[in-house]
Design a binder for this molecule. Structure first.
Ligand SMILES: *[C@@H]1O[C@H](CO)[C@@H](O)[C@H](O)[C@H]1NC(C)=O
Ligand SMILES: *[C@@H]1O[C@H](CO)[C@@H](O)[C@H](O)[C@H]1NC(C)=O
Ligand SMILES: *[C@@H]1O[C@H](CO)[C@@H](O)[C@H](O)[C@H]1NC(C)=O
Ligand SMILES: *[C@@H]1O[C@H](CO)[C@@H](O)[C@H](O)[C@H]1NC(C)=O
Ligand SMILES: *[C@@H]1O[C@H](CO)[C@@H](O)[C@H](O)[C@H]1NC(C)=O
Ligand SMILES: *[C@@H]1O[C@H](CO)[C@@H](O)[C@H](O)[C@H]1NC(C)=O
Ligand SMILES: *[C@@H]1O[C@H](CO)[C@@H](O)[C@H](O)[C@H]1NC(C)=O
Ligand SMILES: *[C@@H]1O[C@H](CO)[C@@H](O)[C@H](O)[C@H]1NC(C)=O
Length: 749
């Protein structure tokens, strides 16, 4: 069992050079390798959530055998789901080519949910840079088929040495505790081991970094067979100091502590007691977690958390999950994470901040249902997030923290943690430190000029809450002076801190439409700015007459990748890509988007912003993408929002013409308003419909709100007008909170 120190050193040196190699290839590239473990017999899916930050990404997910390749283009600050079915689940007992490789051209995060009908778990995937060459497995003590898998996504061939703890069968040979064997993994290959015995402290060592995922196929504590999944950290990333808070007020969860080195002295302190443990190399201790504990160790250790208690909460009988405990010495102040609608989702933040200066999905933490626990200067904030779906972000102005994300539902649950990773993307456009200067009398902010040109705005369109307070041009930045009194600045006193708050807007002249919105906060000692603005969007498809007319949103301006996840979130500094189509085989048809107006709510009359009016493009950022097929029209425009209002509804009138009637309204295109009356002869165009897209605010009081309504499911074919309005209303009820508006506009009236 004893390691030869010389050998280790050589290996470490080797790794060092490999890492250098990766960095040299391209800093922005990010790759992940994982495996779909389990061998569950029920229909199981492996759901990979790919989450982007401030850059749009091209991501390819591949499996060698059975062959799988999917390339997706993901807009900045968005999420795309790639699902692999059970053909990619490892069922073999030997080396397979089922390693799942995720390669992105820019920084992204990847979350993997293993979901069967009646059990699930999730893990955050580690980028290749965070993988290592030495691991120890952690599994529960009881239940069937503890398992782990090893995947190679880095090198042509990796030699892996497995030293068993508990019995492992490989190639027909049974290896018992202390016995070891070697395997060779080619590029994109993986292997899975299963055993009825506790495999904890089984040691994996390899010639090059590999990914190791641990868990159990069938942990049967609460229900018949529960799956546990968690990607493990290599020994070199272990820590010596941990603060562990029980999740959901549990008192019967357990933690497992593994040591890699001899003479590891561990002290565990809670409010009630303190204990010491001495662990030797490759040994472990497993403890019930009845209350929060602080773990301090003389040498690096790994701590895993088994969530297994089942306290009456929102649901009583849920399901265990496995998560690693990140050391309490984090470096991240910003995370994105994924939750699923199926569950009651929770977030636990562990930090040193006694006042919750966190922003969760752009709201201060106390906006949510949050509870707090404290132990020796460490605080755990547990946030109930309801049935929230999709990507979220959590941000602290100055202090790093770690998080746990978990969800419970009847006989099913998932959980994962974050904070131990060393490679992670930068937050989306948060003005660089230094852009905001908080001085004693006021602040100054420097807005990069490129943000203005992207939004087609001038320096004088940038102002504070008080529109009279404008920016001035200073070399290649727009400089905004923010006095602490005046210009709409507000003051907030909290716990002997003073905050000055204002917002910088970039506004389309003579409107209340903001293309840039940057809340700025000055805390007298520290400085930070926040910029979290999202526009959730949904698309809508309506049919009329005998034509199906659709409105679709795409991820990028080449209109290849349909937005299939809703709400589709758009950063205010990003763009929307919209396609209108008459879905008909009749190539003689032509479509014209006659008008598109935006308003903060449906039926709004006062604040209306025209993107297109009378076929003329009113919005300066609006681009029409020429397509040979006249049945299509495609537009890109910069996102925007209305003053203080989170939602933007876009409602468009579309006209369908037959080219036999040419010249007609469609061939006319933009019409100056004085010609408008003459042109509106209904004979010239066959029909017109009003399509709309609008946001959904997914709230917990609306559990039915749509998350993943496939576009095709919304296409309705109807010949009878009366029936259409009924169906239209049903759709509206399900998808919009506001109801009274007409889907259909017949041009003959
Ligand atoms: C799984 O997905 C692959 C490709 O994505 C497909 O070819 C295959 O038929 C699917 N298998 C099952 C069992 O659904
Ligand atoms: C997975 O399940 C199949 C079918 O039940 C079985 O034949 C196979 O041995 C299992 N694989 C492992 C690694 O246990
Ligand atoms: C695997 O590693 C162990 C411990 O370092 C060592 O004793 C053993 O010889 C190795 N086995 C093989 C097959 O390389
Ligand atoms: C951990 O324990 C050591 C030795 O008892 C002590 O010096 C150190 O301050 C402790 N670290 C923390 C973070 O409590
Ligand atoms: C807040 O969460 C607690 C437990 O997490 C729950 O008992 C309570 O009902 C929640 N309150 C609201 C308003 O959701
Ligand atoms: C579509 O756009 C994305 C992002 O701009 C780009 O990476 C990709 O190559 C484009 N796809 C095609 C098929 O042109
Ligand atoms: C309209 O869409 C529906 C559903 O996608 C489809 O079945 C139908 O054939 C379409 N009708 C026309 C005229 O394209
Ligand atoms: C109408 O469009 C079709 C298909 O593009 C074309 O073949 C036909 O010549 C056009 N007819 C007229 C009158 O423009």
């Amino acid at each position: 069992m004893m390691e030869q120190p010389k050998e280790t050193k050589q290996w470490r040196l080797y790794i060092f050079f490999i890492l250098m190699g990766i960095c040299a290839i391209g800093q922005a590239q990010r790759s992940f390798v994982t495996a779909f473990m389990d061998n569950l017999s029920t229909p199981t899916t492996f759901q990979l959530y790919l989450v982007t930050y401030d850059k749009e990404a091209t991501v390819t997910v591949t499996v060698k055998q059975p062959s799988f390749t999917k390339t997706v283009y993901i807009d900045r600050d968005s999420t795309t789901l790639v699902t692999l079915n059970e053909s990619y689940m490892i069922t073999e007992k030997q080396v397979t080519s089922k390693a799942i490789l995720v390669e992105s051209d820019v920084d992204i995060s990847v979350y993997a949910f293993t979901t069967a009908g009646d059990t699930s778990d999730a893990t955050a995937c580690l980028p290749l840079e965070d993988l290592g060459t030495e691991y120890y497995i952690s599994t529960p003590a009881t239940g069937e088929k503890k398992q782990f898998s090893i995947a190679n996504g880095l090198e042509k061939t990796v030699l892996v040495n497995v030293t068993a703890s508990g019995s492992i069968t490989y190639n027909g040979v049974v290896y018992t505790s202390g016995q070891s064997f070697s395997i060779s993994l080619g590029y994109q290959q993986a292997i899975q081991f299963q055993s009825s015995e506790d495999l904890t402290t089984t040691r994996i060592s390899s010639t090059d970094p590999v990914a190791v995922i641990s868990g159990q196929r069938c942990y049967s504590l609460m229900s018949a067979c529960d799956t546990l999944v968690e990607q493990l950290y290599p020994v070199e990333k272990w820590g010596t100091f941990f603060v562990v808070f029980p999740l959901l007020d549990h008192t019967e969860d357990s933690i497992t502590i593994i040591a890699a080195n001899p003479e590891t002295t561990i002290s565990i302190e809670s409010l009630r007691e303190s204990n010491q443990y001495n662990l030797q190399e490759a040994s472990f201790t497993r403890l019930p977690l009845s209350e929060a504990v602080i773990i301090n160790s003389s040498q690096p250790i790994m701590v895993t958390y088994l969530f297994q208690d089942s306290k009456p909460n929102i649901v009583t009988d849920y399901d265990p999950f496995l998560a690693t405990v990140p050391p309490s010495s984090p470096s991240r102040k910003f995370y994105k994470f994924i939750t699923q609608r199926r569950y009651y989702n929770f977030l636990m933040i562990v930090s040193r901040d006694s006042s919750p200066q966190f922003f969760l999905d752009q709201h201060p933490l106390n906006f949510y249902n949050v509870s707090m626990k404290e132990l020796n200067g460490f605080y755990a904030w547990e946030v109930s997030m309801g049935n929230a779906d999709g990507q979220h972000e959590i941000y602290h102005q100055s202090l790093p923290f770690t998080i746990y994300v978990y969800g419970i539902e009847k006989f099913v649950s998932y959980g994962y943690s974050m904070g131990q990773e060393t490679i992670y993307p930068d937050p989306p456009y948060i003005p660089k430190p230094g852009a905001l200067h908080c001085l004693s009398h006021g602040a100054e902010y420097q807005l990069p000029i490129h943000l203005l040109s992207e939004a087609n705005l001038n320096v004088w369109d940038v102002h504070l809450e008080d529109p009279e307070c404008q920016a001035e041009l200073n070399e290649n930045v727009a400089l905004i002076k923010i006095p602490f009194s005046g210009c709409g600045s507000s003051v907030l006193n909290e716990d002997d801190k003073t905050y000055y708050i204002n917002t910088i807007y970039g506004t389309i002249p003579k409107t209340s439409i903001h293309r840039i919105e940057i809340p700025v906060i000055c805390e007298m000692e520290t400085k930070e700015t926040l910029d979290f603005t999202f526009q959730p969007k949904v698309t809508d498809v309506v049919s009329f007459g005998h034509y199906n007319v659709s409105l679709k949103l795409y991820q990028a301006a080449n209109f290849t990748d349909l937005v299939s996840e809703y709400p589709h979130q758009v950063d205010i500094h990003g763009s929307l890509h919209v396609e209108f189509e008459v879905e008909s085989d009749d190539a003689n048809l032509q479509i014209l988007v006659e008008s598109c107006k935006a308003s903060p709510s449906l039926g709004e009359l006062e604040q209306i912003y025209y993107l297109i009016q009378d076929g003329c493009y009113q919005d300066s950022t609006l681009q029409n993408h020429q397509v040979p097929d006249q049945r299509l029209q495609r537009f890109t425009f910069h996102a925007f929002k209305f003053d203080n209002l989170p939602e933007v509804y876009v409602s468009c009138n579309v006209i369908v013409c037959h080219n036999a009637t040419s010249p007609n309204r469609c061939t006319q295109g933009c019409l100056l308003s004085r010609h408008r009356r003459d042109a509106r002869s209904w004979r010239q165009h066959l029909a017109s419909a009003r399509l709309s897209q609008g946001p959904i605010m997914v709230t917990s009081d609306e559990p039915q709100s749509p998350g993943t309504v496939p576009i095709s499911a919304l296409v309705v074919v109807i010949g009878i007008m009366g029936l259409l309005s009924v169906l239209g209303l049903v759709l509206q009820k399900r998808h919009y909170r506001k109801h009274e508006y007409t889907l259909l506009q017949n041009t003959s009236n």
